[in-house]
Every structure is written in C-alpha cells, then in structure tokens.
Design a protein around this ligand. Structure first.
Ligand code: SF4
Length: 334
C-alpha cells in the first residue's frame, strides 16, 4: 500500500511525547531517526527539488501549532453545503500525480505527519458549536486512507462524525485501502470519495497510484458494504481523443459498479493556481499535460470556457445516459 522503505524519519523533539510518533516508528524500524527542533527547518528549506525528493521521500513527524482547520478552497466543491472546511493532518502524498498542485504548493516532496491529533478534532467541534454544522474534507493535501495502516486517522474521523449528527466528513482517496476500515459499520456521516481516471490516464499521469481496476474493486466493496460513496472524476484532462477515452471510461466504470448505489458523482476539469503551475513547470518538463496553453483567470489556470463546458458536459451526459437519476455536480474552480 505504501513505500515500506522510508530511509529517514525526522522527528521534532516535541513530537516524541505523542503515541502516534511511536506508532510510526514501529512501522519503519529500519529508518534512520534524525531529531530536529522544528519541522519547518527541514520542510521549508530553500533549494529543495520536489520531484527528486518524491523518488525517495522521507517522513517528518511534527507537532502542528496552529491552523487546524481551513476554509474550503475555491478549487474544491462544497456540494451546496454550508460551513465547508478542510484540514491537513499530513502534508504531501505517497502518490505522485503529474497534475498534483502539491508540487507547486510545497517546497518539499517529503511527507509531514502531524502527531498531535486532538486539536484537529477540537477545531472541528468548535465549528459545530458555533455554526451548528460542518462539512469537512480531511484528505485534500494528502491521501489519508493510503496511510491508514500506519496511522488510523480515517477511522478516528469516521468515529468522530458518527457521534455528531450535524457533521459530514469527506474522505477523498485514490487508494485501494478500504480494507483498513471495512470492519467498521457503514458510516452515515462519512462519504468515501474515490477519484477515478481512465486507465490510460492513471498509467501515464498518476504515478504510484493503484490501477483503475483495483480502485474499482475497492469501490465495489464499499458500496456492497453499504457505505456512502462519491465518484470523483477530477481532473478531467484534455488528453488526445479525450471524448472517446472518457466515454469508454464511464461505460467501463458503470459496467463494473452498482451505479444506482453511488451517492453522487463529482466532475471537474484540470484547474490550478497559476503560481503553482508556473513553479511546477520549471521542474516538470517531462509532463505534456502541464504545458497545455491554459487560460489564466483570477490567478487560476484551466482550459478555455468552451472546452471546459464541453468536457464536463460530455462526461456528465454519459453518466446520465446510463444512470438518469444520478446526482452529478460539476466544479469549475474559478
Ligand atoms: S493522489 Fe491527490 S494528493 Fe496524491 S499526488 Fe495524486 S493528486 Fe496529489
């Protein structure tokens, strides 16, 4: 599921007193441990090469001091739910998708795990107290489920939400690790959101991620177990012959899963903060999809409006042709 060979683990002195630190160290007994005073001295250091570090990522165990909750991003859908927030209990991801905005957002390809989990839950509880409800995405700047066998943060959030009727948690993933939580009763207040792409896109542009078929097997398991499942087709990419590629992909997905049981479908075309994209392009001459002549608007880059509209409508109509009663939402992000 994850790279078992993290060669080095940096550990903030303050992190040593938290049980999750011991848990992580138990999982990687061969790793060299390096004490540090503040994770930012490693993670934010100048002159790091994101992609070089991704090839041999190190773990950094840290104590987060503030910002346990962020307002929902304009690049992410809120599904018309009020009080939309996300959090980041980990920074960076075990996967390495060509189109991932994290390459432009973070100075380092190493993985930070925050081991002081309580304040994250306290911050979400505070919103519930103050605003009466919360829609919380817990797996945006990482893939939390892929790491669940090491730190059971998904389980913790699922349990948290089940005791809070006005909460809804979205757990987004490309992993096949449903088995890590499949012993739990299907949760009412958590949506398992699998991001899927055509097999050719996954093979070419989603490095280290599980294949489409294996992700679908996890989706089927979750649906058959009664979980709320969202299918995210995001980002839709303007790859050669994209209409055929995405139409066949939708048909293949809906041939494979019990589509009527899917909670909803979430679509979005490629979009990214312009500064992040500029930064990524300096390091990723190898990926053609990043060099499309995008249109920049409101500090965001994406395809032109006509192309965006066509891409989402082709995919949406294909889904609705097979599942007329499906709930399909489209995210523009600009
Ligand atoms: S799975 Fe998501 S967070 Fe991880 S590399 Fe891919 S796009 Fe980025």
């Amino acid at each position: 599921m994850i790279n078992r060979n993290f060669s080095h683990i940096y550990i903030e002195e303050k992190a040593l007193e938290y049980p999750d630190t011991a848990t992580v160290l138990t999982h990687f007994p061969q790793a060299t441990q390096i004490p540090i005073t503040d994770y930012k001295t490693v993670f934010n250091r100048g002159g790091q090469r994101f992609q070089s570090q991704k090839r041999s990522a190190k773990i950094i165990l840290a104590v987060k001091k503030n910002a346990f909750l962020y307002d929902g991003s304009r690049y992410a859908p809120n599904f018309d739910l009020p009080n939309f927030y996300y959090n980041s209990m980990m920074l960076n991801c075990v996967y390495n998708c060509d189109y991932c905005y994290l390459q432009g957002m973070y100075p380092s390809g190493n993985i930070v795990i925050f081991v002081n989990t309580e304040p994250f839950f306290a911050a979400a509880d505070e919103v519930l107290r103050d605003k009466g409800s919360i829609y919380l995405c817990i797996s945006y700047d990482t893939d939390l489920l892929a790491f669940e066998n090491v730190i059971p943060n998904c389980r913790r959030w699922i349990e948290w939400a089940e005791t809070r009727p006005n909460s809804l948690v979205e757990l987004r993933t490309k992993s096949t690790n449903f088995s890590a939580i499949s012993d739990m009763p299907p949760a009412k207040n958590t949506i398992l959101a699998w991001t899927l792409s055509p097999g050719s896109v996954t093979a070419t542009h989603e490095f280290k991620t599980p294949s489409l078929d294996s992700r679908l097997a996890s989706v089927v398991d979750a649906l058959n177990s009664g979980w709320r499942v969202r299918i995210c087709i995001d980002p839709i990419l303007n790859v050669p012959d994209w209409i055929k590629v995405y139409s066949e992909f939708i048909d293949g997905v809906l041939d494979c899963i019990p589509g009527e049981a899917v909670h909803d479908f979430s679509l979005g075309v490629f979009r990214m903060n312009s500064e992040y994209l500029d930064r990524i392009r300096t390091d990723r001459k190898d990926s053609k999809i990043l060099f499309h002549p995008f249109v920049a608007k409101n500090k965001s880059c994406s395809y032109d409006d006509v192309t965006k509209e066509k891409m989402t409508s082709v995919v949406k109509e294909r889904i609705l042709a097979r599942l007329p009663s499906a709930t399909v939402s489209c995210q523009s992000g600009s």
